[in-house]
Design a protein around this ligand. Structure first.
Ligand SMILES: [Ca+2]
Length: 547
């Protein structure tokens, strides 16, 4: 008679603390029962169901660091992201699952750690095969099941499944040089594994990073304008004649506003995933933004990124739906050295705040990111939360919000924990521990104040780089940091805590073996992550692939 009550209870038992939601549902049950008993139409339960399905907008900046928002001390003004923090909750211990683009996006959309996929390190390029198999449930498909209309606007970077020209044909540029790959693609045919096959009702995207060819837009898995000329926004390759990197943010802002406008009057709630292309390279602020920050082009680009957030918020206000829309802003990894970090620091701006390292690293600068959630009336305005959360938790959280995490089946969202209780102000832990991953496929595991890096160096691009660290026998194979006493990861204390190190290693092994870190039946990975350095495997052979 009341299926939603069962869902919510089971949800609470499985992945989130029940607390207030259960109390609220008990109150609701009493209300409904009273209403039925008095022959009153049960409109209250319908109303309650409606407010549990807010519109959801997930905005993901690209390579914007923890310190690249002005509410964290950044010197490039970000008034719109700051507004989200002022009107919502700011998380200070939020992490991406990887310190680079593709794997983090995989984790957001699937609720599963990226290293369980076939991609064990690095990122995809614009011509690569789809990383997410069609059978896997994305958060978009899940929300579709919950009655949502879903869309993506922005940078995809998860592979598309391009179709080749028949007969092995390879075309030449219509004018100028023919450079890069992708001249053998039939741009007239839809891609086979894009967002529309993975549960998005509509899409307007570029294939990968803004410096990876082919440089084209796709709408609903079809190329908008075929790549017929060579352009270079770093890597020369095929591009649409009219495609210009500098216009991307403008175009994504327009498409987002249009999506919101079209869906604002619908009976269905909507989900908009908005992964932006900036402030990643090419650092190309449009003319209106050039010179606006005190930091040069990078700061200007951060400001223009914030402008897109403002465009979204303005449209929500204009359509009168801000009150029933959850807006989450975060970024896909830390600030990149391409931003010229030392020059920014010399100007008094620390793009990754006081965290060590940057994009690509296993250190905090690689994956600790800005993370703000606004949900008027539900999330306390101006609040701050220091619980450990991750972008991979988005899936279970929206499942929890829209009716219960028990709607997640065994082979879905294997590593996603709901942070809905945290949004409600509950101080309990969201997740027992968290696993980090670097561009080179190096791991770290974090529990409480302790963080164990399963590599002797950065695992990425800062010193000591993996190839140097591997050979430097004075560096222990693993690094243990106490993030409370030493947030900037300056002192490796692994030799003082051998038992703790062993426990964390064993916890990681279990997490890999189980194919999931949430409660439930064991799942399989798409191969063992064979990315541990030989020195690490010698010290901890349990990390080696089972034979
Ligand atoms: Ca990125």
């Amino acid at each position: 008679m009341f299926p939603f009550l069962v869902r919510t209870c089971a949800a609470g038992c499985r992945r989130s603390s029940v607390g207030r939601s259960q109390q609220a549902m008990q109150r609701l049950m009493i209300t409904v029962v009273v209403a039925l008993a008095s022959q009153v139409v049960v409109s209250r339960s319908l109303t309650a169901a409606a407010v549990d399905k807010p519109n959801i907008i997930f905005i993901l900046a690209d390579d914007q660091g923890y310190g690249d928002v002005s509410h964290a001390g950044g010197l490039a003004a970000t008034p719109h992201i700051d507004r989200l923090a002022t009107e919502g909750m700011r998380f200070t211990d939020a992490h991406t699952t990887s310190s680079v683009c593709t794997p983090t996006r995989y984790g957001i959309l699937t609720g599963r750690y990226n290293w369980r996929s076939r991609l064990k390190k690095s990122v995809l390029f614009g011509l690569d095969k789809p990383l997410i198999p069609k059978r896997r449930t994305t958060v978009a498909r899940f929300l579709g099941r919950r009655g949502y209309h879903t869309g993506v606007v922005g940078k995809w970077h998860l592979g598309l499944g391009w179709q080749k020209l028949p007969g092995g044909e390879v075309r030449k540029a219509e004018q100028g040089k023919t450079q890069g790959g992708g001249w053998d693609i039939d741009y007239a045919r839809p891609v086979a594994g894009g967002p529309n096959t993975l549960g998005f009702d509509e899409s307007f995207i570029i294939p990968a990073s803004l410096d990876m060819f082919p440089y084209v837009y796709l709408r609903n898995d079809r190329t908008v304008q075929a790549a017929t000329v060579t352009k270079a926004f770093h890597r020369p390759g095929p591009a649409g004649k009219d495609f210009e990197a500098v216009n991307c943010l403008r175009d994504f802002a327009r498409e987002s506003r249009d999506f919101i406008t079209r869906n604002s009057q619908s009976d269905k709630p909507f989900f908009l995933y908005l992964p932006l292309t900036s402030p990643h390279t090419p650092i190309v602020p449009s003319p209106a933004w050039q010179g606006k920050s005190p930091l040069g082009p990078y700061g200007d680009f951060v400001m223009e990124t914030d402008w897109v957030v403002g465009q979204v918020l303005e449209e929500l206000d204009k359509r009168g739906i801000a009150e029933n829309t959850l807006v989450l802003f975060t970024t896909d990894n830390g600030c990149s050295p391409a931003a010229k970090i030392p020059a920014l620091i010399a100007k008094g701006h620390r793009p990754n705040a006081h965290w060590r390292g940057h994009k690509a690293d296993i250190f905090e600068g690689g994956h600790r990111v800005p993370f703000v959630v606004r949900w008027p009336g539900r999330v306390k305005a101006g609040s701050q939360n220091d619980r450990l959360v991750s972008t991979v938790d988005f899936f279970a959280t929206v499942a929890d919000i829209t009716g219960g995490t028990d709607q997640i089946t065994a082979g879905e969202a294997e590593d996603s924990f709901s942070f809905l209780p945290a949004l409600r102000g509950d101080s309990a832990q969201v997740r027992p521990y968290l696993i980090h991953h670097s561009i080179q496929g190096q791991f770290a595991i974090r529990r409480g104040q302790w963080k164990l890096c399963l590599c002797p160096g950065s695992g990425g691009w800062s010193a000591p780089r993996p190839n140097v660290a591997r050979k430097n026998k004075s560096l222990p194979p693993v690094q243990l940091f106490d993030l409370t006493a030493d947030p900037s990861e300056t002192t490796n204390v692994q030799d003082q805590h051998p038992q703790r190190v062993r426990e964390l290693v064993d916890l990681l092994v279990t997490a890999i073996r189980q194919g999931r870190t949430t409660p439930g039946t064991q799942q399989s990975n798409e191969g063992w992550p064979n990315t541990f350095a030989k020195r690490v495997l010698t010290a901890y052979p349990q990390l080696d692939a089972p034979r």
